[in-house]
Write a protein that binds this ligand. Structure first.
Ligand SMILES: [Zn+2]
Length: 173
């Protein structure tokens, strides 16, 4: 480490412990920590290799990784929630809400360029095997579909692959 690096370090951590936390709160149990090769996610929502539960954020990671292999697809993580503290750790007077279509917006939103060249709005909600949409999420699905957008629930990499196949074949529903 050079002198310049060691001087830079305290400045990077000065914001305090609260600022260092991730915005979204992953659950206390870490879930399946298997590598993609070892991973064996089953229909009961656990991994056969490690016996751990599979969390929704883990499904989101594999779904997103699968979908963005297609250059016609662009997706943004649509985190929905509220920020209650400033980066300094001080409490805000009121929370600041963030995320598109709060509440109910899909986990991933973006565009897909169909083979015809037309871009369609794409909303991907990721769920575990037994995860269910809530009422707000169903409403968002309705809004998207009523206006010609595509809304899909993906629970696995296979679901994401099936979605890509459908989009490449330009099958609207
Ligand atoms: Zn595992």
């Amino acid at each position: 480490m050079t002198d310049v690096d060691s001087q830079a370090l305290p400045a990077m951590t000065r914001a305090g412990p609260r600022a260092a936390r991730p915005v979204h709160h992953r659950r206390a149990t870490r879930g399946c920590l298997c590598t993609p090769r070892r991973r064996a996610w089953q229909d009961d929502g656990t991994c056969a290799s490690c016996g751990q539960r599979v969390h929704e954020f883990q499904v989101l990671d594999v779904v997103r990784a699968t979908l963005i292999t297609d250059p016609a697809c662009i997706l943004y993580r649509n985190e929905i929630g509220a920020s209650t503290h400033w980066p300094t750790g001080e409490k805000r007077k009121g929370p600041i809400r963030y995320g598109v279509a709060d509440p109910g917006g899909a986990d991933l939103i973006g565009l897909y360029r169909l083979p015809s060249g037309v871009g369609v709005f794409l909303a991907v909600e990721t769920k575990t095997v037994n995860g269910r949409q809530n009422a707000d999420q169903r409403q968002f699905q309705k809004f998207v579909e009523q206006r010609g957008g595509i809304y899909v629930i993906c629970r696995s990499a296979d679901d994401a692959g099936a979605l890509l196949a459908r989009l490449r074949a330009e099958v609207p529903r």
